[in-house]
Design a protein around this ligand. Structure first.
Ligand SMILES: C[S@@+](CC[C@H](N)C(=O)[O-])C[C@H]1O[C@@H](n2cnc3c(N)ncnc32)[C@H](O)[C@@H]1O
Length: 263
């Protein structure tokens, strides 16, 4: 997979993309080529998306960079073809990003993109959020188009450190989703829940984001690991969390340069 061969399949960047990406615009164009070429060929994004890659995907993700505290560790939950994780990695080289994705062919594509784009701040981890809950303690979790907010909150809170931030990129119905998820969010210990606009919503170069903070230790922070799906017990998850000793605070537990399950 080479970016150069695919460049012609992607439309050129609109002016606001050049402003948003700045010096990273070349990388963004190469990534657009990979999405429009192999990404479409392999069915990772729909053919109709190629024409609207910039406004609907790359810009929609790029504006979220302004909400990410720096430096930070960040997990992109359900990264798919790399949105928003790869876009954020281009814009935020001091943010250490893990792309978490369960589907093998998407993981292959993500690995190829990271290599082709030379993104040294990105690791790709194959897995489902609920299966690695308690094994990461990222400063920030992002997610776009992964699950309804009530379910997404439980998944994200299993990956973020106490006091860390969850940024869920949502559509126009974000406020209603928050209303519907209020009791779940409270039970899970999410605090400071807000719907914010990243970027410039008026010109369309914006994104609606549900932002919340993971509650303090001792609150009912609803880590999915505390309600195991399978035979794993809450005590078992505490043991796994204990194995993180030795990793830097707030950093995903990594071995050999990529995040690995601790247990
Ligand atoms: C609709 S796609 C969105 C992909 C990307 N975030 C985007 O905006 O284009 C949803 C992605 O979430 C992943 N996903 C679904 N459930 C997940 C889970 N429990 N843990 C991690 N990833 C999950 C899927 O495999 C898929 O790649």
């Amino acid at each position: 997979m080479t970016a150069g061969a695919c460049d012609s399949l992607a439309p050129g960047p609109p002016p606001q993309a050049r402003t948003l990406f700045g010096p990273a615009i070349g990388l963004a164009e190469r990534y657009a080529g990979l999405l429009a070429g192999p990404g479409v060929e392999r069915g990772l994004i729909g053919p109709a998306e190629a024409a609207r890659l910039w406004d609907r995907h790359l810009i929609n993700c790029a504006v979220v960079a302004e909400l990410v505290p720096r430096p930070a560790t960040l997990i992109d939950l359900g990264s798919g073809a790399g949105l928003p994780g790869i876009v954020l990695a281009m814009l935020l080289p001091d943010v250490e990003i893990t792309l978490l994705e369960p589907m093998a062919r998407r993981v292959v594509f993500l690995d190829e993109c990271v290599r082709e784009l030379g993104l040294g701040n990105v690791a790709v981890h194959r897995g489902r959020a609920e299966d690695v809950a308690g094994q990461f303690a990222a400063d920030v979790v992002t997610a776009r188009a992964v699950a309804p907010l009530d379910r997404l909150a439980g998944l994200a809170l299993g990956l973020v450190r106490t006091g860390g931030l969850v940024l869920a990129i949502k559509g126009a119905g974000a406020g209603q989703e928050v209303t519907r998820a209020t009791s779940v969010l409270r039970r899970l210990g999410a605090r400071d829940v807000q719907v914010v606009t990243a970027g410039d919503g008026e010109t369309g170069a914006g994104a609606t984001v549900v932002r919340f903070t993971a509650g303090p230790a001792g609150s009912k922070a609803g880590r999915p690991g505390r309600r195991p799906r399978t035979g794993r017990t809450a005590a078992g998850n505490e043991r796994v969390a204990g194995q993180r000793q030795g990793t830097a605070p707030g950093r995903p537990n990594r071995r050999s340069g990529s995040a690995k399950r601790a247990g």
